[in-house]
Write a protein that binds this ligand. Structure first.
Ligand code: PLP
Length: 343
């Protein structure tokens, strides 16, 4: 058994994948009577490509990987859920989650009845490699790293991640939902070096397609094959495949990203000057984590003026912190106006 296969749950290894009509016949015919679809054209009367071939080819070119190294999910959330189901035996295996971070790792672990090992990040939201090493047991099958991290906004140090990849016995998942806002190539280019590495990216942030629900996982073909074996056959609908293909065939929205990065810098400066601000954390993402005197009051004040931010003050290490998404220039200016002066 390969190193990856020996990490896969025994029950999952025994699953015989569902073979859809489009799996059994993927060529071209002029009459399709194999999938119990309606024969009356509505533009959507046919099932979508279960393997998203055209879309994966484009993404592969863009990211410099092979199409068989890509899994597409109904949001990154589907990939997170499937990773847990492939690798973590409920009630037996464990998942390691440095906190504070994106909430879905913990929710998916709970749904999969998988014990979570919580390891706090340091005060500047970097990895505590020694603590992670100490907390890791042989039944730790998954470790979720989020870089740039949500809600803190910072990239995790490459040398720390490299150290973890060295000792962690299971699958290391790096969630790069915000990588397009960082000045870093991320970990996709380094996939050939690390057999147990999975990188998550999404169409929800820089690509501007959150409503479409399309997430990507990049890994070795072996890991991707396990995800594909247990995914719902038609998990990416026709419309999503079409629109994503159009978007990714057009130039990357570089000007928008450049503006958002400039605005991030401006907001960080202007927020730091406010009387209520204790600390603005450095960000490599499209949001800023800001510690204020009283987060609940600031949150309520903004809401009174119909502006909503994310109150993260109940989260570990984030006391009195708000997470503020970088908006349009005029929206950011409005934010600063609302928070400045006396109120
Ligand atoms: C927004 C976000 C995602 C995106 O999830 P989708 O399901 O693809 O919309 C993934 N990871 C993190 C850390 C995020 O903040």
């Amino acid at each position: 058994m390969s190193a990856i296969a020996s990490l896969v749950r025994a029950g999952i290894q025994r699953v015989k994948p569902y073979a859809s009509a489009r799996d059994e016949f993927s060529g071209r015919a002029s009459i399709y009577l194999d999938a119990n679809e309606s024969p009356y054209p509505t533009a959507y009367n046919r099932y979508p490509d279960p393997h998203q071939r055209l879309l994966k080819e484009k993404i592969a070119q863009l990211r410099g990987v092979e199409p068989n190294q890509i899994f597409l999910g109904n949001g990154s959330d589907e990939a997170i859920d499937l990773l847990l189901r492939v690798f973590c035996e409920p009630g037996k295996d464990r998942v390691v989650i440095p906190q504070p971070t994106y909430g879905m790792y913990s929710v998916s672990a709970s749904v999969n009845l998988t014990e979570q090992v919580t390891v706090p990040l340091t005060a500047d939201f970097q990895l505590n490699v020694a603590a992670l090493r100490e907390s890791t047991t042989p039944n730790c099958k998954l470790l979720f790293l989020c870089s740039p991290n949500n809600p803190s906004g910072n990239l995790l140090r490459h040398q720390d991640i490299a150290a973890i990849l060295d000792f962690f016995p299971g699958i290391v998942v790096i969630d790069e939902a915000y990588i397009d806002f960082a000045d870093s190539p991320g970990w996709v280019p380094r996939l050939p070096e690390f057999q147990r590495l999975v990188v998550l990216q999404t169409f929800s942030k820089a690509w501007g397609l959150a409503g479409l629900r399309l997430g990507m996982a990049f890994a070795s073909n072996e890991i991707i094959s396990w995800l594909n074996r247990i995914k719902p056959p038609y998990n990416i609908n026709t419309l999503t495949q079409q629109i994503a293909l159009e978007k990714i065939s057009a130039p990357f929205p570089a000007a928008q990203i450049a503006t958002l990065k400039q605005e991030r810098a401006r907001l960080a400066l202007q927020l730091a000057r406010l009387k209520i601000t204790k600390q603005v954390y450095p960000s490599d993402a499209n949001f800023l984590l800001v510690r204020v005197e009283n987060a609940n009051e600031t949150y309520a004040h903004l809401l009174q003026h119909e502006m909503v931010v994310r109150n993260r003050s109940m989260v570990m290490l984030c006391e009195n912190c708000l997470r503020i998404t970088v908006g349009l220039p005029e929206e950011n200016t409005k934010l600063i106006e609302l928070l400045g002066g006396d109120w």
